[in-house]
Design a protein around this ligand. Structure first.
Ligand code: AMP
Ligand code: ZN
Length: 466
């Protein structure tokens, strides 16, 4: 069966195709950089990474935009407490977030965009809403009048018909029970950062940034919009109300929401104080790959109950896969491919792909891999695994790892990548040309220290790792 996803909008599993059949235009809500992200947040980002990889594997091109929320109620409060500008305050956590992404081997979206760099786009969107009669001003702030948008509630499936007209809310986060006119532009307040604009001095509410930035980079109608389930209301509901009122077109075709990571039956949340950051776990000696494995192992629409036993079980499971990989790489197998082992490999590959096509069912996909490992391990024990079986088995493991990305050994601390080596060699060649031998020797020494050996040949410099 073809690729399919559960769409929060229709509350059904639907076959997926991008609107132009080729490029998936995807927007995912990124972090609010007021603190280190916790592993609950990272569960949602891991899901988004798996989604990216599977869409690419399925042959689509991808335009993926993720925002960084760097102006918002909590950020402003924290920055003021520490006597910093919001930029000073958020940049440390933005850097930390990117480091966390790297440690968990998440691919970078095609674009990462900061809210504070898109204030004019947000103002323009609010002006359009005002021209369409969707807004009103009170005490210098601009509000969205939800009664003007008849589809309000269609994503979170709530009925707002009994809602008191004019009741409004200024804070960025609130509950479904409080569905109200929400703030688009907050009038300037003492001590808070502000921007001058046609709407008056002030700053944007949280919800407008995603509508404005998504439409700027991806057009009026996205193929996929994703985020954690808590964003469904009010954030995504408000994004729809804003975007559709501006463009008159559907904002996103598929809405995908990741369930929460839980601790003792409660959502992991900074406000509840029951959270672990990635750093906490790494300091506890847990490998980033084990954490990635754990976060990826539960299908994204199921709650993931975080425990240290679960983390240890993930380490054991990963160990098993790595041992198998080692056996495959170092074992001595002879003879043609055994047909039963070949069959097991092919079946596992089909089951793996089918599981991920089925709304990214990662648990089933892992099940297929473990079944294959069990069967072919037994075949090896019994001498029923020939040299011809090794390559397809290796290919299956590589395919698995191109999505889950947990087997590849980690780069040594301080290791240098090929591109960096090439850049230093180019700099050394240039230094020699300008007879700057001190620098060229320095570079040779630096590379030697990283285990890179250079050989000057008549065709240029050759290099290898020791
Ligand atoms: P925030 O930085 O609060 O805007 O959240 C970043 C992302 O993490 C959003 O997509 C949230 O929905 C998601 N998120 C927050 N808490 C959890 C949790 N306990 N489990 C999974 N995802 C979460
Ligand atoms: Zn958003």
């Amino acid at each position: 069966m073809a690729l399919r996803f559960y769409n929060t909008l229709s509350q059904q599993v639907e076959p997926f195709e991008p609107q132009d059949g080729k490029t998936v235009r995807m927007y995912t809500c990124g972090p609010t950089v007021y603190h280190y992200v916790h592993i609950g947040n990272l569960r949602t980002f891991t899901f988004q990474d798996l989604l990216r990889r599977w869409l690419l594997y399925r042959g689509f091109e991808l335009q993926h935009v993720m925002n960084i929320t760097d102006v918002e109620d909590k950020i402003i409060r924290k920055a003021m407490e520490e006597g910093k500008t919001i930029q000073q305050y958020t940049s440390q956590y933005e850097t930390a977030f990117l480091e966390d992404m790297d440690r968990l081997r998440m691919q970078r979206p095609e674009r990462l965009v900061r809210a504070t760099e898109h204030i004019p786009e947000m103002v323009e969107a609010i002006e359009k809403l005002a021209a369409g009669g969707y807004t009103y001003t009170s005490d210098g702030s601009v509000y969205y009048r939800i009664s003007k948008f008849p589809d309000y509630g269609k994503l979170s499936h709530i009925d707002v018909s009994g809602q008191r007209a004019g009741a409004r809310v200024d804070v960025d986060e609130y509950d479904k029970a409080d569905a109200r006119d929400f703030v688009l532009w907050k009038g300037r307040r003492d001590g808070e950062p502000y921007w001058d604009s046609s709407l008056g001095a002030g700053r944007p509410g949280w919800h407008i940034e995603c509508s404005a930035m998504a439409m700027k980079y991806l057009g009026d109608t996205l193929d996929i919009h994703a985020g954690g389930i808590d964003l469904t209301f009010p954030h995504h509901e408000n994004e729809i109300a804003q975007a559709e009122a501006v463009s008159g077109k559907p904002f996103a075709r598929y809405w995908l929401h990741a369930e929460h990571l839980m601790v003792e039956s409660q959502k992991m949340a900074k406000s509840l104080g029951n959270f672990y950051t990635l750093r906490d776990l790494l300091e506890g000696g847990y490998e980033p790959e084990v954490i990635r494995y754990l976060l990826a192992s539960v299908p994204y629409r199921k709650k993931l109950n975080f425990t240290f036993d679960g983390l240890r079980a993930a380490a054991t499971a990963l160990e098993r896969l790595r041992n198998y990989k080692l056996r495959l790489e170092t074992g001595k197998f002879s003879g043609d491919a055994n047909s039963a082992a070949l069959d097991a490999t092919q079946k596992a590959r089909a089951a793996f792909d089918e599981a991920l096509d089925d709304d990214l069912n990662t648990a089933e996909a892992l099940g297929a891999i473990f079944e294959f490992v069990r069967e072919t391990n037994t075949a090896m024990d019994e001498g029923k695994f020939g040299a011809g079986n090794a390559k397809p088995a290796q290919e299956l493991l590589d395919h698995f790892d191109s999505i889950f990305d947990v087997l590849r050994p980690k780069q040594k601390e301080g290791a240098i990548c090929d591109a960096e080596v090439e850049a230093l060699i180019a700099e050394r060649t240039q230094a020699k040309k300008t007879r700057n031998f001190a620098r060229s020797d320095e570079i040779r020494g630096l590379l030697a220290g990283k285990g890179i050996v250079l050989e000057d040949t008549k065709d240029g410099v050759r290099w290898k790792r020791k």
